[in-house]
Design a protein around this ligand. Sequence first.
Ligand code: C2E
Ligand code: MG
Ligand code: MG
Length: 754
Amino acid sequence: MDWLGLQLFTELPVTGRIVIDCRHEPLLVLIAFAVASAACFATLDMAERQSHTELRAAQRQWRVLGACCLAGGIWAMHFISMLAFQAPVEMHYDVSLTGLSLLIALLVAWLAMNSLDRSEMRPQHYLQSALLIGLGIVIMHFVGMAALQTGAQQYYQTGLLLSSAVIALLTSLVALLLARYFRNGSGTLHQTMKYGASLIMASGIVATHFTAMSAMTLVIPADTALRLPSGDNSLQLGLSIAFITLLISGSSISAALADKKLQSKEDDLRRYGVLLSQLDQARESLQQAAHYDALTNLVNRRGFNQIFAERLAEQNPGEHRLAVMFLDIDHFKRINDSLGHDAGDELLKVIANHIKAATRSHDLVARFGGDEFCVVTSLNNTDEARHLAQRIMQRMKEPIDLGGRRMVMTTSIGISIYPDDGLTTEELLKHADLALYQSKGSGRNSLHFFNSSLKSRASLALQLEEELRLALLEERGLCVHYQPIFDLRTGQVAKLEALVRWQHPLHGLMGPDRFIGIAEANGLIVDLDLWVLRHACQDLARLQQHGFTSLKVTVNCSAVTLGHETLPNEVEVALFQAGLAPRQLELEVTENALMGDIEHTVSLLKRIRGQGVGLSIDDFGTGYSSLAYLKRLPLDVLKIDRTFLQDVPGSLKDREIIEAIIAMAHTLHLEVVSEGVETVEQHEFLASNGCDYLQGYLLSRPVPLSELRSLLDQLDRQESVFSPCCDTALPGSPDLFADTLGYRAGASTVRQGH
Ligand code: C2E
Ligand code: MG
Ligand code: MG
């Protein structure tokens, strides 16, 4: 077959002379091998860079450079080897065919670099690429051979020609595998292996060339004269080509090296960046945990302090005003105690949302813990603060479904204004807290602004606390007044309620409403209650000595005292020291005192009742008692709160409520006491509805022990007992007088044997 003047797969001609004196210049062969090795190494480097770059443009650049190195290497090896070839014939090169062979080399190299770019290489991909590249190399070689212009014909021996093609194919396959393998990795071993791989690849290329060369036989016409092989300028040309190729390879390797360094720096930077952003995230989540409340996602007290301090620093006292609102959910503890903490948490979340919904986006809303919230808002005038507070209170009243119940919560709010009420966070919070205290004191579900009189009231409370402590310690100033409780069936005074008073040197006679709260807040209440208990027992014993033997005394017991484990012992000791029978004592506990740890309270109350002491539930109807509660408690008496009686008999609703309470109490085998009986109509209404006992100003105000005996004596003599003389120093006590009371006609006191 004649191809570009080459005789492929053709038998040698019968005529003509075979040129046998052909040889290769060893130095040039060596140079060719060195050039191929350097080019292969550079190509491996380019392939590595190509796979490490994520930018498409940079990948293309490395691919072009890799193709140039590989093509240059193959072609230069081929061309230098051709220059090394010496035969006794005239030899020169056809430029266009030489150029074409270079182009083919470039195409093959481009193909190789492209196939390396695949993200995944399957065996068939390797084979396909190796086939194309190998074929390309063979074609390049023979085009290059065709460029060799001599007087001789080139005949190629089929076996060796095919062998060179197979070697080209295998070399391509191995080169692809190696290039793929050396894309990743680093270190000296990796580098050494890469040198080895470059030598293997170069050997393959050289082997392809020389196998093809050995397949060639030059045949000249028989009459052509042979000439001596001449080195002419082959060495010089070979060296030049080698130099250029090595320069290309060397530059490419340097560029790859620089890029590698740059990339490792970039990688380091990226790693630092990732590390920094992780640090940032960690710091943020720490900040979140430290400054935000996990339950409601609102800022917590610490976060509030920080943000508020920053806001205050930005403020100009002359220009802007701020409102600080302290919110406290009314009776939240009862929810927690009765429905459990999970329900309490759920409720707090809903409440937090209500507050957020009522505020504006730039208002600062914080949860300080428990059921305390705080809102800071900027103002143009004070009314804005009032409106916002009212909006919050209104929102709060929206019914909330919780644990199968629908409930309506209310909130108390205290407000202080910057700069009028303070310039610092502490001052403003303290003053808002004082205003909140005022809201709670005035029956809750209300809002109050701070004013300076609150401050003096707060310091008064502090002073009172100190004085109360002293009064208890020295047993000075405290006294007990007694209010008779009448038995409606017998018309007799059956019990006396012990009500504490404080004869203050400055403020005069103070009612419990003015100091019980202070005592409860400071733990003084237990001592106070026990003091009243002991006194009440002693006083009843004294009355007993005067013949009032069937009287009972009832003593109020606060929630805090009820939580005291030693209470049953204290009761026992008080009774023992006074020489009273347990049935002569009744303890009054409010509904709210029962809402705490119900199991514990029930067991404590059972112990007390087990001693024979009576138990009554005070102020019934103002708390959260349910029938289920009442059923479980070991009670004897139920006292209807006086607020139900206020509008009786005018209010039909209140009348119905009282009727229902009496009926319910009787069903539960409880006796009923009505507090706050002030009018004859109220008395008649209660009497006609089966109430068991009455207590109220109509019948008698609370009186000191000194006046009690004469009061009881008056009753005994069946005179009018409704004297205004008692307790007149107490503020808020209405002056009620009952002129005539029908039922009293037959009333007698309980003095016996006197
Ligand atoms: P309480 O136990 O419900 O006592 C009844 C209160 O109602 C007494 O007020 C009494 O003076 C008043 N009251 C009685 N009848 C009438 C009436 O017809 N009209 C009006 N407006 N009020 C009437 P006081 O003495 O001011 O006691 C107030 C509360 O202080 C008591 O309510 C009780 O809860 C508490 N308290 C009194 N003494 C003690 C004590 O020694 N320990 C504890 N923990 N609390 C006490
Ligand atoms: Mg009471
Ligand atoms: Mg009461």
